[in-house]
Ligand binder design. Sequence first.
Ligand code: FAD
Ligand code: NAI
Length: 471
Amino acid sequence: MSDSYDLIVIGGGPGGYVAAIRAAQLGLKTACVDKRGSLGGTCLNVGCIPSKALLQSSHHYEVANHEFAVHGIKTTGLSVDLKTMMARKDKVVEDLTKGIEFLLKKNKVDYIVGEASIAKAGQVTVKPPKKGARKIILETKDILIATGSDSAPLKGVEVDEKKIVTSTGALALGKVPKTMIVIGAGVIGLEMGSVWRRLGTQVTVVEFLPTVMPGMDGEVSKTMARTFKKQGMTLKLSTKVTGAKVSRTGVALSVESVKTKGKTETLKADVVLLAIGRRPYTGNLGLKKAGVEVDGHGFITVDENFQTNVAGIFAIGDVIGGVMLAHKAEDEGMACAEILAGEAGHVDYNTIPGIVYTWPEVAALGKTEEQLKEAGTAYRVGKFPFTANSRARAIADTDGFVKILADVETDSILGAHIIGPAAGDLIQEIVVGMELGASAEDIARICHGHPGLSEAVKEAALAVGGRAIHM
Ligand code: FAD
Ligand code: NAI
């Protein structure tokens, strides 16, 4: 291992490891430092991957319990072996994180385990995890900060990762709780709430704002709320949490109605999941000493080339804010590495899809109807329900719709919102369309395989021009 680099990346999450690989591909001598001891960051270790593993396992259980019968498949004596389910999840995580280690090696990126801090531009100090081990001082031309984020705290609700948990604790509960209160009807709350509800927990979601998934297209979030209620989740919207008391038997949560001020209530549950957002993580990084500026919320501020206010220090991913998504961090990592290697890197922030892996799945892209109305943009809506799609009928997954928003004058696609089977994969066609400047008519004229769920996208695009065929 050399101690002088072109680039040292601090953080081996999807932003950091992708940037390191791309930089090495472009000929930069690169090191990636991560203190976790396992690569892949939040996403692979305690985020995207373990949550999707449990969502899949719990979905199988739900389908076997409630949906097999309609297909003429009889089941008896179904039960959950949580230990095996968790072990499968852990194995998926372990295999994938090891895979990233292999990729770094293959691309000749030095992987250094330890906590990095920036001594000054051009110098990084690494504290190895072993007690008493000497600090390593590394010289480098450029530094890229990709230290990610962690859960936002809530005053009066102290996390112990046993009875009051963040997503990390909710991914590793030792038994299925009888009751769970989720604070926050955002992505984590709805995904992890769905996992435990499917496994038998009575889940109540407490949300400060009047809708689930605030910020999503209004029609989609209304449909989500209706569907989750039908599935057995209790939603307490417009409700503020004011405190929590932990006892031997569980947690008592004090809540207050936002609409009827002074109307308070105590809710009890075995476990409380705190999921009210995430905040940038820059602990022990030495930003102040290095003179790196952050904004009022602690996010590192960067220019269009991901450069901080200090020459030679760059930042990407969750730690710079914007949407906190793995694919956004990855694309920024690629773009930043390309810029550092003298190429032209770019991220199109208008075409980053957001996917919620509940059932039905939800995918959002571009503008919502509410945003278009507020901006005074004249638009057309094309909507097509999955009940009218032959493949959705055949597979008995007919909940939801595809909705495409297009400019009245130019017909260019301004946004797309899908709730239904495979929404996260179906949206990708529209991402490509938007990237290439497609109109709704372009999507409508493309041949889509039959019978396919993607025909619902074609029909929604046809519906923009008032000419859907199967509706
Ligand atoms: P991170 O992944 O947070 O990685 C930062 C790394 O830096 C960490 O490994 C940390 O150990 C390391 N680090 C920090 N400080 C130091 C230091 N001083 N020295 C050395 N190393 C350091 N996004 C999606 O797109 N799809 C999903 O399905 C999805 N699901 C999620 C589910 C959950 C439960 C959570 C919590 C998040 C989920 N996300 C999802 C969000 C996604 O995980 C993040 O957006 C993504 O991981 C951000 O990548 P990053 O590289 O910026 O930071
Ligand atoms: P979030 O921002 O998605 O949702 C937080 C919710 O909590 C909001 O609805 C907010 O109004 C509510 N809230 C805030 N303060 C509150 C309070 N005091 N009481 C009650 N409700 C309150 O944040 P979440 O769910 O914690 O997820 C963090 C981030 O992780 C997401 O924004 C997303 O970027 C990422 N993520 C992405 C996933 C995906 O892409 N599928 C899955 C999970 C996480």
